[in-house]
Design a protein around this ligand. Structure first.
Ligand code: B12
Length: 207
């Protein structure tokens, strides 16, 4: 399987799809593929940071990632059927990264949650409107750019002032987020990956 991390980080698109197809044909665990793809993406991020990859390669890696997830998605099976557990999720304003957010969405949907995806570059007011309109009890915010941390703080402030804060929980995630940032911005939960996001969602709705 480390082969997949290698093929992904060297941007061998066809090889990535071939490894995935072969693995799924042998009834492999689909979540393991998500992990390997994420590790491959981490490596791409390192290469970009070290100036070995340019923006074009970063964009191409995003396309391969999406193509790979399209293959894996149908194999992440529905675990249960509770459609009324609504979760709002979006990438905060100023940030357009969505691959990680989309993995979180996929896992939540496959586990019976109804996800309202606000997309990327989501302003504070849109989070507030979505809470008002849908009555969702959990809001997820994704952040990859450190420069967008203030947008996250602002979105949570707006939710605090909306009169709805007592009825919702807020979870944050994305590479530069942490328990410390959670305290700093006033969120309720920090999730390191999609599996933790799912555990948080389950805990919120089982209360
Ligand atoms: C792919 C990528 C891109 C793609 C994004 C494609 C897309 N559709 O998302 C493109 C090419 C568009 C891009 C653009 C840019 N990028 Co970029 N990008 C990356 C890269 C390589 C990977 C990010 C990623 O998708 N990781 C894989 C996913 C699966 O991981 P993840 O997002 O962390 O998500 C997991 C967890 O964090 C968690 N999670 C995520 N969200 C949530 C939400 C909740 C609620 C929870 C609980 C959990 C959770 O679960 C996920 C699954 O396990 C990172 C480097 C890195 N290693 O992170 C740089 C990186 C984030 N980008 C960076 C930069 C600088 C940019 C640009 C500014 C570049 C430029 N000069 O234009 C632009 C930003 C434009 C903007 N306004 O947002 C920097 C940010 C530096 C910083 N300090 O902020 C990084 C760190 C690269 C680097 N090392 O310099 N980028």
């Amino acid at each position: 399987m480390k082969e997949l991390v290698q093929a992904f980080s060297t941007l061998e698109e066809d090889r990535v799809y071939q490894i995935i197809d072969e693995y799924l044909a042998k009834s492999g665990e689909p979540l393991a593929l998500v992990n390997e793809l994420s590790q491959g993406m981490e490596e791409v991020g390192r290469l970009f940071k070290d100036d070995e990859y340019a923006l074009g390669e970063l964009i191409y890696s995003g396309e391969i990632f999406k193509g790979a997830m399209d293959k894996v998605k149908p194999f992440l099976k529905d675990e249960d059927d509770k459609p009324h557990r609504k979760v709002i999720i979006g990438t905060v304003e100023g940030d357009i990264h969505d691959l990680g957010k989309n993995i979180v969405i996929t896992l939540l949907e496959c586990s019976g949650f109804q996800v309202i995806d606000l997309g990327v570059d989501v302003p504070a007011s849109k989070f507030v409107d979505a809470v008002k309109e849908t009555g969702a009890r959990l809001v997820g915010m994704s952040l990859l750019l450190t420069t967008a941390m203030d947008s996250m703080r602002q979105a949570i402030k707006s939710l605090n002032n909306s009169g709805h804060r007592d009825s919702i929980k807020i979870m944050i995630g994305g590479a530069p987020t942490s328990e410390r940032l959670k305290e700093d911005v006033g969120a309720d939960f920090y999730g390191r990956d999609a599996i933790e996001a799912l555990a948080i969602a389950r805990s919120v709705f089982n209360q």
